[in-house]
Design a protein around this ligand. Structure first.
Ligand code: NDP
Length: 246
């Protein structure tokens, strides 16, 4: 299993669900984890990592606040002297058929799911390029690959993330910085608990592996792409979807 001793990792959306599993797993494998969420929400996961013998710090910020994101990266560099891994995971959904979709719901989803990744990546690139090493992993979605009725804003943000990461991968590959995407399918978190029971069952019935995924399933894939073992992999989409889309 890949280890992360001595590595510094930023994980956004670390308070719950998939991001929490990613932060926990990176911490368990030896990374120093900067766990990011709004308010004091990342404190619990940081405390859990520390209780488990790892190193973590909680950061309270909204990823749509560009100045706060830049300050987070500068602060992490000042404290640790390097930055090895960025996991851009924070995301929201504001589902509605397009005819009824409010402009604010389009803007909020794009700002959180796509523009925040732009801000984060731009901030971490300079130190990673200077180090001649870095791993960026963005959490997209199967919906970014297939589209989904009622999720035009979400699908646009997640498909945008794929194009963004592939372009960035080409820009920074010569500096030994890799940029990859993990595309989860239907994963058991607060986000999917909001889906009506009947609809969840209909979705789950379409999954060849016959079950929803767990946050740990996604965390394992993210840790692989963030590890030294994935040094010859860049610009890829790793689907963690139980075969839902092949
Ligand atoms: P949850 O709703 O369980 O958690 C979302 C996380 O994002 C929370 O930690 C939340 O932190 C954080 N977050 C949201 N907005 C902001 C913001 N503006 N600033 C900082 N943090 C923010 O979602 P999941 O764990 O299910 O999803 C994680 C990622 O995986 C998302 O990008 C999602 O789109 C993607 N995904 C999820 C799938 C699923 O089936 N669950 C499937 C495919 C992709 P807090 O509210 O505490 O600030």
């Amino acid at each position: 299993m890949a280890q992360f001793d001595g590595k510094i990792a930023i994980v956004t959306g670390a308070s719950r669900g998939i991001g929490r599993a990613i932060a926990t797993e990176l911490g368990r494998r030896g990374a120093t984890v900067a766990a990011v969420a709004r308010a004091d929400n990342a404190k619990a996961v940081a405390d859990d990592i520390v209780t488990g013998g790892g190193v973590a710090e909680a950061h309270s910020l909204d990823v749509t606040d560009a100045a706060a994101v830049e300050a987070l990266v500068a602060n992490t560099l000042r404290r640790h002297g390097r930055l090895d891994v960025l996991v851009s995971n924070a995301g929201i959904a504001r589902d509605q058929l397009l005819l009824r979709m409010k402009r604010a719901d389009w803007d909020d989803v794009l700002a959180t799911n796509l523009t925040a990744s732009f801000t984060l990546c731009q901030a971490v690139l300079k130190p990673m390029i200077r180090q001649r090493a870095g791993r960026i992993v963005a959490v997209s979605s199967v919906v970014g690959q297939t589209g989904n009725a009622g999720q035009a804003n979400y699908a646009a943000s997640k498909a945008g993330l794929i194009g963004f990461c592939k372009s960035l991968a080409r820009e920074v590959a010569s500096r030994n910085v890799t940029v990859n995407v993990v595309a989860p399918g239907l994963i058991e978190t607060d986000m999917t608990r909001a889906i009506a029971e009947g609809a969840r069952e209909t979705w789950a019935a379409q999954i060849p592996l016959g079950r929803m995924g767990s946050p740990a399933d996604v965390a394992a894939a993210v840790c692989f792409l963030a590890s030294d073992e994935a040094s010859y992999i860049t610009g890829q989409i790793l689907a963690v979807n139980g075969g839902m889309y092949m």
